[in-house]
Ligand binder design. Structure first.
Ligand code: ADP
Ligand code: ZN
Length: 722
């Protein structure tokens, strides 16, 4: 028997959701059993519901402690939109407003009260709370952002320390502490500092399954790629930069490219900052370009992408900052642009620190960020490992899982590179060495007579970028050193010599161009997108009428359901996840009308026909190809056909691949194991239609040109169709 079988009904009635998120039900059951609770869930996990639903099911007032005014307002607005009586008390209210709200509380008209810690424990407020306790009862103290109580957390607030007073004054009232902080130390601290009594502790996985993680190299194309990301995602996004100056510059560039973007940093006036923030939350603008000053306490659930255009300080901040994407569990993208120039900048600023311990920690943290960015393992696995959580490798939703970087053996190149460093007497930086390798004709080289070295010009076959990738990788693998005096002179070490003596091989991960699109577009998706657009406009209009953020009306996920399912009646509409009893009554008609209008217009339009693919005239098999085809159909394998026809096997392969391209039914499975086909296909998807040699280079020794040629023929045929 399920404990509290009615919980799902209550969830749907009040909040419109069909199911609990992982952990929520158990937590709510414990809350209803009057237990102290410690809830650790990542951002977007759905912590609020864990105290909001019990607040409606228990008698008495639930007091929610929240550190930020913006957060309080936001949550209260969202609750009121579900017809739940909630209110907040903070310094933004005038005397009369405070009085009338306090009265409402005393009269039992409020279920949830949001309040800042310092006000709650003030001498003025506590007596009032005593009366509440007496008259209507206190259901629970919910301490949001509970990590603020810990000095070990990233956001210590001394006021939080005094909350222990509540336990002393009201020993029989339960406390629910909630946080998204991942570290053990803080969790322990929270339990102690708040005096929780045998709390039931719930720690959810920190995996954010809906976030797509990727790292891109911050090269000359970086801005163009950023623009592509912004343009492709129709929703809101945050772009983080390191400095105010960079924020301003990037905002300006984006605005010039017709992106509705605004800046946010400590250099702006309070007024301007809060104005920009509101415009972002209300969807008046789409992109917030910001320093890390932005984001704490932003509850916007529909942030579709978070880009770090500069390097984050450490992995924990990266997790939290990128985690502001996709709180609503819809697919969202987290992109980190990585460059060694940025590493240098940060290294420089670390070197300015005087405290040795601090310096060491900062260096280690930087190292971890670099390892993450350069890593070839699943990004999610790396991040979660950082929090001590094990995640089975290969999440299928990060760049490394979807587009694995082929690791290549570059021992020969490394030997060339290192011996060039040696011959130049370990007195130059990377670019100079590469110039010598590539046989550049510059004055410095001639003057130094380095054009007479045996290594001069032996690296013409590789580009500047390729040599750079190798050079950096050697540095990061510790196979080469670099002075830290600001000149970055390359120096050899014992390992470098091992490489040069052929005692050690060198493998490097070669970055490859990445595809942008997250989802495959098709006709249905396009249709949903058009209707979504209309529903979004309607939502925005309704939100502006009430001066609330659009997501308070409906989440993106609910709009998407409307667009996909296209309900025709109020009954159908009420079944959508995110539509509770109140919202159904409030907005049902308006949205149904919009959907109906759209459907009518659609049915008036002629059905779009699929584009026809016209076969080229020379699409028929030639005579010799036909002969090969016949033998193939009789079940002979490639070698046998070649023998019978007395031609080379490569000729037969050529015939077969041409036949595939000409739409003849050649079953590849008969020729190449499926796994290998898949692998080749994947690489083709990434590299595109290029020569076979580089494709083979990426795949490695074990793949033959023949296999690649055949799969490529099929790939070309498929890609031409779409
Ligand atoms: P957190 O405080 O953990 O970051 P929130 O409580 O703000 O997360 O919840 C994140 C979003 O998920 C909110 O917009 C909330 O309405 C939504 N949500 C919470 N629980 C559910 C659920 N059971 N089903 C669908 N959406 C939910
Ligand atoms: Zn992954």
């Amino acid at each position: 028997m399920l404990k509290y079988p009615q919980l799902e009904k209550a969830l749907k009635y009040h909040f419109g959701y069909d199911q609990f998120r992982p952990g929520q039900r158990q937590i709510i059951e414990d809350a209803l059993q009057n237990r102290d609770l410690m809830v650790v869930m990542p951002t977007g996990g759905g912590k609020s519901l864990c105290f909001q639903l019990p607040a409606l099911l228990k008698s008495g007032l639930t007091v929610v402690v929240s550190p930020l005014i913006a957060l309080m307002q936001d949550q209260v607005e969202a609750l009121r939109n579900n017809n739940i009586s909630a209110t907040f008390l903070n310094s933004s209210l005038n005397f009369y407003k405070v009085r009338s709200r306090e009265e409402a509380i005393m009269n039992g008209k409020v279920r949830l009260l949001y309040i800042a810690p310092e006000r709650l424990i003030s001498d003025k407020f506590l007596p009032l709370l005593d009366v509440v306790k007496e008259k209507i009862g206190i259901a629970n103290f919910a301490i949001d952002e509970a990590h603020c109580v810990s000095e070990w957390g990233h956001d210590f607030r001394p006021e939080y320390r005094q909350l222990i007073l509540l336990k002393k004054r009201y020993p029989d009232v339960t406390t629910t502490a909630l946080t998204a902080t991942a570290t053990d130390r803080v969790r322990v601290d929270i339990i102690q500092q708040l005096g929780l009594k045998q709390p039931s502790v719930h720690i959810a996985s920190f995996n954010r399954h809906n976030l797509y993680y990727e790292v891109r190299s911050k090269n000359q194309r970086a801005y163009a790629e950023l623009l592509e990301i912004v343009r492709e995602n129709k929703g809101s996004g945050i772009i983080y930069c390191l400095t105010r100056k960079k924020v301003d510059e990037l905002t300006f560039k984006l605005q010039n490219d017709k992106i509705a973007a605004l800046p946010y940093h400590a250099g702006l006036s309070d007024d301007e900052r809060s104005k920009n923030q509101t415009r972002f939350i209300r969807d008046d603008i789409r992109v917030m370009v910001a320093t890390i000053a932005f984001g704490m306490g932003i509850n916007k659930p529909d942030v579709r992408f978070v880009v770090h255009f500069d390097l984050p300080r450490n992995l924990e901040s990266y997790y939290q900052e990128s985690g502001r994407a996709g709180r609503d569990s819809e697919p969202s993208r987290c992109t980190l642009f990585f460059s060694f120039g940025d590493v240098k900048t940060i290294e420089w600023s670390i070197n300015q620190k005087t405290d040795l311990q601090e310096k060491l920690i900062a260096k280690q943290q930087l190292r971890q960020v670099i390892d993450y960015a350069e890593g070839t393992d699943c990004r999610r696995t790396i991040q979660l490992a950082y929090f001590g959580e094990r995640f089975p490798a290969n999440c299928g939703n990060c760049d490394n899982c979807l587009y694995p970087k082929p690791v290549q053996n570059w021992t020969i190149e490394a030997m060339k590179f290192l011996s060039c460093v040696a011959r130049c007497k370990e007195r130059y930086g990377m670019l100079y060495i590469i110039d010598v390798l590539r046989g550049a004709k510059n004055q410095k080289i001639t003057l130094n007579k380095h054009d007479q070295l045996s290594t001069y010009g032996i690296g013409k076959d590789k580009t500047l970028d390729e040599w750079r990738i190798l050079g950096r990788s050697l540095l990061h693998q510790g196979l080469l050193e670099q002075t830290t005096d600001g000149y970055s002179v390359l120096k050899l070490n014992a390992l470098s010599w091992e490489v040069m003596r052929k005692q050690r091989s060198v493998s490097i991960a070669v970055p490859i161009a990445q595809k942008i699109s997250l989802e495959e577009g098709n006709a249905k998706a396009a249709e949903v997108e058009v209707l979504m657009h209309r529903l979004r406009s309607l939502r925005k209009q309704l939100a502006d009428e009430q001066a609330v953020p659009p997501y308070v009306i409906f989440h993106d996920s609910t709009l998407k359901l409307m667009a996909q399912i296209q309900p025709k009646t109020l009954h159908e509409f009420g079944k959508l996840s995110g539509v509770g009893s109140h919202k159904l009554a409030q907005y049902g008609d308006r949205f149904l009308a919009e959907i109906q209008a759209y459907c009518q217009q659609q049915s008036l339009q002629p059905q779009k026909t699929n584009p026809v693919y016209y076969a080229p005239v020379d699409n028929f098999p030639s005579d010799t190809e036909s002969t090969t085809l016949k033998l193939y159909e009789q079940g002979f394998n490639i070698q046998e056909i070649a023998q019978k026809r007395n031609v080379k096997t490569s000729t037969i392969i050529q015939h077969l691949s041409d036949l595939i391209e000409k739409n003849q039914s050649i079953d590849l499975n008969q020729l190449i194991p499926l796994e290998r086909q898949k692998k080749i296909w994947q690489v083709l998807d990434v590299l595109g239609d290029i020569a076979l040699k580089p494709i083979k280079d990426y795949l490695g020794e074990s793949y033959s040109f023949n296999e690649i040629r055949l799969v490529k023929a099929k790939w070309q045929r498929e890609n031409r169709k779409t």
